[in-house]
Design a binder for this molecule. Structure first.
Ligand SMILES: [Zn+2]
Ligand SMILES: [Zn+2]
Length: 442
């Protein structure tokens, strides 16, 4: 994807940072770096730890599956920071929270985020809890990818999803996700009997969108609370997760509101939407000025308003998301935020990582694999069951899901080249895999 771009960016940082080291011979024969950093004060001379030509050093990049999560640590990874207008460089809203107690939670799962999640190589049984802030596709458009693809990649437990009610039942999470599963009828019917089917179950919890800082999830020392957001129409919420004296808050989408300001006070990591500045909405997104002003300041949170919210909340780290983070537009957003906020700030992009402990918040970028395969299984898989297909047929009110005579009549004979595959597998596994009675594909 954008590895080259990232590399270029880091090279730029390297040059722009005006940091260089003097290499000096150390008494132990290793090397020591004495580096001088010329910041605004031009005065920081610091001695860095000894380095070795053969020993690994501490990294300033996060490589998934290379670091233990400490028992008191929270790690948050941006799996989507963009917009409903899709782009390869930024998926839509999705943040993964990983806790030192082993729990993991996804907050929003916008279009394109499932690929980001897969890059992290996390066993899918651990990615079974999703909290949706509202039902715009840039906040839940990849749910069916996680539902189906996650099960295919090893999740053999139900996918649990939480989301708000709406002003009427038809605008609530349960209505949307019931119909999403109906939409997937063909997909699910086509898989039943072919794979371990236990993961193809969605367990949906809809809660009242008017709850004000009420807990909707409590287990294993983790409490997740919800409070109303103001966005588009009734039925948007924000979330706060508390664990081990650490607090993570995620706005999903909202206009600045009293609930967020009150219930996010003094939190550790506060992620709040921050929309593209109005001039770029016109020049880059081709909005009319009327629509840019409406969407950029009234439907969403303008950068200046984001800054004002954060100045009131005073988080240990403020995270701005929901804007396209490009070299030629990020400064406009940044400067507008800085006109109203001067605290700690992350201008998020996909694969930004925050390691949060009581002592420190480390912000890094993850370097991820694009060509990922299924991660290890957290629990053993089961062989497919014919009963799953029978049950699916019953649920659909049809006699059978086997091919009709019409389609079966189209089979072209390749049995002679398929039989050896069964023989090869039987020999390799030391177990007899009988060839299916009928030669048509199952
Ligand atoms: Zn939205
Ligand atoms: Zn949005």
């Amino acid at each position: 994807m954008n590895r080259r771009k990232r590399l270029l960016k880091y090279s730029a940082y390297l040059v722009a940072g005006l940091t260089f080291g003097f290499w000096l011979a150390a008494p132990n024969g290793g090397l020591k770096i004495l580096s001088y950093t010329f910041g605004p004060s031009m005065a920081l001379a610091q001695e860095t730890p000894e380095v070795s030509p053969v020993k690994a050093r501490e990294r300033d990049t996060y490589y998934p599956n290379s670091e233990d999560l400490k028992p008191d640590e929270m790690r948050v990874i941006a799996c989507g920071t963009g917009m409903p207008t899709t782009r390869a460089a930024q998926a839509a809203a999705c943040f993964l929270v990983e806790l030192g107690n082993g729990d993991k939670f996804l907050f929003d799962i916008g279009s394109g985020s499932a690929e980001r999640i897969s890059s992290l190589q996390i066993p899918y049984n651990y990615l079974d809890k999703v909290f949706i802030g509202h039902l715009h596709t840039d906040h839940f458009g990849a749910l069916h990818d996680l539902f189906i693809g996650g099960a295919l990649m090893g999740r053999n437990v139900p996918l649990r999803v939480w989301g708000p009610s709406g002003a009427v039942p038809e605008l609530g999470t349960a209505y949307a996700l019931d119909r999403m599963q109906e939409m997937l009828s063909w997909d699910l019917a086509g898989r039943a009997g072919n794979v371990d089917f236990r993961g193809y179950v969605m367990d949906v919890t809809e809660f009242n969108y008017k709850l004000e800082n009420e807990p909707i999830y409590e287990a294993n020392g983790v409490v997740i609370r919800t409070f109303p957001a103001i966005h588009s129409i009734d039925g948007s919420v924000s979330y706060a997760l508390e664990w081990n004296d650490l607090k993570f808050v995620f706005s999903s989408d909202t206009y600045p509101n009293k609930w967020f300001v009150e219930y996010s006070k003094d939190a550790d990591l506060v992620i709040h939407e921050c929309f593209i500045a109005v001039p770029e909405l016109v020049s880059k997104m081709k909005f009319t000025p009327e629509s840019a002003l409406q969407v950029g300041t009234q439907v969403h949170t303008a950068p200046e308003a984001f800054g004002k919210v954060m100045s009131e909340i005073k988080p240990r780290m403020a995270v701005a998301y929901h804007f396209f983070n490009d070299f030629d537009t990020v400064n406009g957003v940044y400067e507008r935020i800085r006109s109203t906020y001067d605290g700690p700030l992350s201008m998020s992009e996909d694969f930004m990582v925050w390691n949060v402990t009581k002592d420190d918040i480390v912000v890094r970028m993850a370097a991820t694999e694009e060509r990922t395969w299924a991660p290890p299984l957290a629990a053993p898989a089961e062989a497919p069951k014919v009963e799953d297909k029978t049950a699916m047929a019953e649920q659909l009110g049809v006699e059978t899901l086997d091919f009709s005579d019409f389609v079966a009549s189209g089979v072209w004979d390749v049995e002679d080249v398929l039989r050896p595959i069964y023989e090869e597998a039987s020999e390799a596994m030391g177990q007899e895999f009988p060839y299916p009675e009928k030669s048509e594909p199952k």
